[in-house]
Design a protein around this ligand. Structure first.
Ligand code: FAD
Ligand code: UDP
Length: 390
């Protein structure tokens, strides 16, 4: 094919990165998004009242071990140093509400158990006296927690938060959700362990705007795509919900959505960017104070958001794919339908119905773009998925 005409549905990271790669190869790229802004769920915008840069769809911290992805993002927007140091409130052994350090580390353990253990002592204490080592191969979130930190820490820090976040008991969730978090027997309270961590100096939307800024790319906002428009293009890359493409004809894949409650404060409200609430009787999961994401800026006022999680209804923004047993069966049916549908590739967090961090989204978008161009060059039919959703 000489000059292809391609459509990206979604102006988030997936659509922007793939669109850019195709435009750089001389193709004509249109990017549509139903929202009034680019950036997808990574969208950032200055708060009109306080001037603080806000992560509109929830806190986004960039962390990766992938040097190519790190160089890619830094090539568009400088990233400044930022380490996420999350705190949580919970009920201590005294029965009083206290502030603890996350992820669970030596400070958390010593404070919680009112001890002064050194690393080896804490390790021996947790593995010998707390952890349920009879669980050999943890399958559920609860088993994973019981196996690695034991009942006391599980109930204080994970049980209530997870029930609020996912709307079900941790025994109904896969162990993989908890495996994202480390347990440390030192005082390292960096939430992530990746080599590269930071924040884009002017926000994610500025960065994604630069990715989209290419003469071969046309961006149309407030434009809802439906699949009848696909015929106007040689190929479509769709980063919307997989079941949405098929008008939910087999049923709806389950998602959690979030409600944000904004409030302002003069000065510093909580002293850190993210404060989790481990207690089940506090209805929100966390409070985010956005000015702490940009420590190089200075603001008198502060804007914060309380975050509430609930099951997504039709019309709500889908945030977290649930992926419990029923969803996986339905997903398999949609994947079969998708594989029988020519002219479209399903990409990103919604298109492949997976939990994807930004760095993984970019890595997959780069790989997808390359594989698609190779297929195009060799005259092979493009694939419905370049990353398997199952
Ligand atoms: P999206 O950003 O969802 O973009 C899809 C776009 O498609 C949307 O803008 C949507 O409006 C548009 N669209 C859908 N259907 C249509 C249609 N029919 N017509 C037109 N437009 C359509 N990652 C990290 O690395 N670090 C974090 O700290 C982090 N925190 C997160 C916190 C929350 C609360 C959430 C939900 C995600 C977080 N992520 C984080 C993940 C990050 O948001 C995703 O990796 C990234 O947004 C995925 O980009 P995407 O382009 O695939 O999808
Ligand atoms: N989690 C928890 N307590 C916390 C933080 C996290 O129980 O204080 C659980 C929760 O189920 C969450 C999972 O650990 O979904 C993974 O944590 P992460 O910070 O990666 O959450 P996410 O990015 O999914 O919001």
């Amino acid at each position: 094919m000489s000059r292809g005409k391609f459509l990206m549905v979604g102006a988030g990271l997936s659509g922007a990165v793939i669109g850019r790669m195709l435009a750089e190869q001389g193709h004509e790229v249109t990017v549509v998004d139903s929202r009034s802004h680019i950036g997808g769920n990574c969208h950032t915008e200055r708060d009109a009242e306080t001037g603080v840069m806000v992560h509109i769809y929830g806190p986004h911290i960039f962390h990766t071990d992938d040097a190519e992805v790190w160089d890619y993002v830094n090539g568009f927007e400088p990233f400044l140093p930022y380490k996420n140091r999350v705190k949580t409130t919970s009920m201590g052994v005294s029965g009083d509400r206290e502030v603890y350090s996350l992820p669970v580390n030596l400070h958390t353990i010593n404070q919680f158990f009112r001890r002064t253990m050194r690393p080896e002592e804490a390790h021996a204490f947790i593995t010998g006296e707390q952890a349920d080592t009879s669980i050999e191969d943890p399958q559920t979130f609860e088993e994973q927690a019981m196996r690695f930190v034991g009942k006391d820490l599980y109930e204080a820090f994970f049980k209530g938060y997870t029930m609020k976040q996912w709307g079900c008991h941790p025994s109904e969730l896969p162990a993989s959700i908890l495996k994202r978090l480390p347990v440390r027997f030192n005082y390292d309270d960096n939430y992530f362990f990746h080599k590269f961590q930071g924040m884009p100096e002017n926000g994610y939307t500025a960065m994604i705007g630069k990715i989209l800024d290419h003469e071969g790319i046309t961006v149309k906002l407030e434009t809802v795509f439906d699949r009848s428009q696909a015929d106007e293009y040689d190929h479509v890359f769709y980063s919307g919900p997989l079941d949405g493409w098929f008008d939910y004809e087999l049923g709806r894949l389950g998602y959690r959505t979030l409600d944000f409650e904004r409030f302002t404060h003069e000065g510093d409200y909580q002293g850190c960017a993210v404060m989790n609430y481990g207690e089940v009787d506090v209805p929100y999961t966390r409070v985010t104070e956005h000015k702490h994401f940009a420590p190089w800026e200075s603001h008198e006022g502060s804007v914060c958001y309380r975050e509430f999680s609930r099951a997504a209804e039709p019309g709500d923004i889908p945030y977290y794919p649930v992926r419990q047993v029923e969803e996986k069966a339905l997903l398999a049916d949609y994947v079969r339908l998708a594989e029988e549908t020519p002219g479209v590739t399903f990409v990103g967090r919604l298109g492949t119905y997976r939990y994807l961090d930004m760095d993984v989204t970019i890595r997959e978008a780069l790989d997808t773009g390359r594989a698609f161009l190779a297929d195009l060059g060799e005259g092979r039919a493009p694939k419905a998925f370049y990353q398997a959703p199952l």
